[in-house]
Structures are given as C-alpha cells and as structure tokens.
Design a protein around this ligand. Structure first.
Ligand SMILES: NC(=O)c1ccc[n+]([C@@H]2O[C@H](COP(=O)([O-])OP(=O)(O)OC[C@H]3O[C@@H](n4cnc5c(N)ncnc54)[C@H](OP(=O)(O)O)[C@@H]3O)[C@@H](O)[C@H]2O)c1
Length: 297
C-alpha cells in the first residue's frame, strides 16, 4: 500500500453514505467528490467527460434516487438514475481500467425467503425502486467491466442524512405513543461500518493471490430485527443517554396498518458470510453499531 495514493471518484458526494465514505477515506486513497448539478448521473456525456478528465483508479457510486415511495410514481426517472446511471459508470470504468464499487439494496429481493439471502439467490423486486436498482446491477454485470464490487446493503443510517433513527428520536421527543411496523424483518446498517467495508474490499485488490474477488457482496450489521425492535432499542438508548423522551408506549403494528405507495420486502436479512470470509473480519451487531452512532451523532 505504499507509493502514490489511489485516485477515487466519489459519485453522489452529498448523500448520507457518501459523506461517511469521504470521512473514512484511508491515507492510501485520494478521494474527490462528484455531485449534482455539475455531475448528473442521467447525463452520460457529462459523466464520461468528468471521469476522463479526473482519470480515477476507483469509482465509488453512492448516488441513487432513494425516495422509495416517489419511485412508484416516477419509475422512468428512477430507472435512469438507478438503472442506466450505474451502467454508464461501468462503461467508463471499463474504458479507464478503473474499479467500480456500486451500492445496491435488499429491495432487489421479494422478501419471501425463510433464511438469510445469499448473493446468488433469485432476485424479484416488488417495488419500482427495487426494479430500478436491480437494473443497475444488471447493467454493471453486462457492461464487460470485470473489476466491480456490487455491495448490497439494508436499512442504512448514519450522520448527515434523514434516517429511521433520527425520525424515531424526533417522534419520541414529541409523542407519548409510537406505532411501528413489526412484521418486516431486516437488518439495520450503520454507514460507518459500510464505509469501512467498502475500503476493506478495495484493499483486497492489493493481494495478488486473491482470485474471484469481484462480484456481488451482502453487507449489513450482524443480527436481525423488525422496525419495531429497532425503534424500541433506539428509544431505550435515548433514555439511557438522557435525550428527551416523551414516549411511554410503543405499539407493534402490521404493515397494512401503515400503508405506503411502495411495497417493502417482509423479510430481507442478508447472509454476509461471503464478505466476512473475503476480508477475514467480523461485522459488529446492529445493537453495538447503534450505540456507536449515539456516540458520534
Ligand atoms: N438509505 C437506505 O436505507 C439504503 C438501504 C439500502 C441501500 N441503499 C443504497 O445506498 C446508497 C446510498 O444511499 P444514501 O441513503 O446515502 O442515499 P442519499 O442520502 O439519498 O444520497 C443519494 C445521493 O444521490 C444523489 N443523486 C440522486 N440523483 C442523482 C443524479 N441523477 N446524479 C447524481 N447524483 C444523484 C443525491 O443528490 P442530491 O443531494 O443532489 O439530491 C444524493 O446526494 C444508494 O445506492 C442506496 O440505493 C440505501
């Protein structure tokens, strides 16, 4: 890892994950952010020109149309950003001999599994957002680019973004009762852990003996829970930390009692063995990382 730092282009640099990636960049990487309006993923010429000028060794794509419910009514735009955009980045990475790291989602799965999802399991999105993100994965895989990591993650939270933890903290300070969906099971993921995972995967490229390292990886914090369990843990930590909490009761409800435009997978727990074996590292539990977030937020 000595010598000139690797040049990293961070796409979607204003987003929640991107800002954590930027803050976590190790010294052997030199990162530059690319963001709208100068860099719009739906403008293929602009994307290619910017990358040809910067000539990155690595492109990390953290940009996406992430408003899951809006994607239902704007599927065309969702497909351009989440589907065609990654394909365009992959073509540029291929031509510049760069490595692409792309972030994908548990929403590519239907959510009817009875065990944690493996990377090779059949996909089957049930929302416009999920379809658009799956198109992005397919576009990368069909681009002819070899050096890519598609990292699927779930239930992301961290500093610099709107997220479930902040929503619950706000509601807990305002309301005596919260009603939270208890029949969707997944795994929360702290952006700090995901950012570290991205750089660990990239460091595998320095190991000349590593083979078959590229492809899809699942990454989430260890364990599983419902949104209800997650909310209970957030409120309990808030009390321990002396944050304002008005909530006396948290009621578990069913998905149909909280209707939203986009369907969510009922079960989207990831099997993360492939990642853990590749980097020879463990992943913190979701409870441990939630308490880490409380220290830094
Ligand atoms: N949040 C989650 O729970 C979750 C779960 C699983 C997977 N993921 C994936 O994780 C990644 C990061 O998510 P996040 O929560 O950090 O997202 P985020 O905070 O919503 O950030 C996404 C960024 O993408 C940018 N963007 C949107 N359209 C663009 C375009 N046409 N051209 C260039 N940039 C564009 C946005 O720019 P503006 O600031 O200009 O709008 C925003 O800064 C995404 O790929 C997402 O699909 C997220």
């Amino acid at each position: 890892m000595s010598g000139t730092p690797r040049k990293v282009a961070l796409v979607g640099a204003k987003g929640m994950l991107a800002r954590m990636v930027q803050a976590s960049t190790p010294p052997h990487m030199a990162i530059q952010g690319f963001k709208r309006p100068e860099f719009d993923l739906t403008d293929a010429d602009q994307v290619r020109r910017a990358m040809e000028v910067f000539r990155p060794d690595v492109i990390i794509n953290c940009s996406a149309f992430t408003q899951v419910d809006r994607c239902e009514s704007e599927e065309g735009l969702a497909t351009r950003v989440n589907g065609d955009g990654p394909g365009c980045l992959a073509a540029v990475a291929r031509d510049l001999d760069a490595t692409l790291v792309h972030i994908s989602t548990d929403y590519v799965f239907p959510g009817d599994a009875e065990r944690p999802y493996l990377e090779g399991d059949a996909t089957g999105p049930i929302s416009a957002y999920g379809r658009s993100k799956l198109k992005g994965e397919q576009a990368i895989r069909e681009s002819g680019l070899i050096k890519y990591f598609i990292v699927r993650t779930s239930w992301l939270y961290g500093p610099w973004g709107k997220n479930f933890v902040e929503t619950i903290l706000r509601l807990a300070a305002e309301r005596e009762e919260l009603r939270i969906v208890a029949d969707q099971i997944g795994c929360p993921t702290y952006t700090g852990d995901l950012a570290a995972a991205i750089f660990r995967l990239l460091d595998l490229e320095d190991d000349q003996t590593a083979c078959g390292l590229y492809g899809i990886y699942h990454f989430a914090n260890e364990g599983q829970c419902s949104w209800y369990d997650f909310a209970c843990e957030i409120v309990s930590l808030a009390r321990q930390k002396g944050l304002p909490v008005k909530t006396r009761r948290i009621e578990p409800i069913k998905t149909e009692q909280f209707p939203l435009p986009a369907k969510r997978p009922a079960y989207s727990v990831f099997d993360t063995k492939k990642y853990k074996m590749a980097v020879a590292a463990s992943i913190p539990s979701w409870q441990k990382s939630l308490s880490t977030y409380f220290e830094v937020r």
